[in-house]
Design a protein around this ligand. Structure first.
Ligand SMILES: [Zn+2]
Length: 159
């Protein structure tokens, strides 16, 4: 990134801000040679692929839908925005690694689930309950129960 005025390559970043639902970064830069101030934007590239839904319909891959699904699973759970951005990036990278022009919604779901499991256990269970649909509701509640018990247990241990 060179200075648009003097073409110097030595610029310093004075501020960076996450924009576009966390999928872009805007940076304020200052040229160290001539002092010119300007702004640059970085955006994550969109995946160009088709998703085959369970009913056989096809649609263009939508990051929006991935984000919505993740946010629904993370409802009322505090998390860091920049970690969330990385989560989405990791999911997209995993999808890319499949090296397919078309992926099934099931494949996408599995990838999201695997990444969520590391990101947040409760969100993972919520998500998994939708994707894999637990055989019955008590199975779902048991899983949540175990998690919260484990958590309060480890909290007690620390003291
Ligand atoms: Zn300059």
């Amino acid at each position: 990134m060179h200075c648009p005025v003097c073409s110097s390559h030595s610029t310093k970043v004075t501020d960076s801000r996450i924009v576009d639902e966390g999928m872009g970064v805007r940076r304020r830069r200052e040229c160290e040679k001539c002092g010119f101030r300007y702004t640059t934007r970085e955006e994550t590239e969109l995946l160009d692929l088709t998703v085959i839904k369970r009913d056989g319909r096809r649609e263009a891959y939508s990051r929006e839908k991935i984000i919505n699904g993740l946010e629904r699973s993370l409802h009322k759970i505090p998390y860091k925005k920049d970690l969330f951005v990385r989560l989405v990036q990791n999911i997209e990278r995993d999808i890319q690694k499949l090296k397919q022009r078309e992926v099934t919604s099931g494949e996408v779901g599995e990838i999201m689930m695997r990444r969520l499991k590391v990101f947040n256990k409760v969100a993972y269970i919520r998500f998994a309950s939708v994707y894999r649909s637990f055989s019955d509701i008590s199975g779902f509640e048991d899983a949540i129960d175990q998690l919260s018990r484990k958590r309060s247990h480890s909290r007690k241990k620390k003291k």
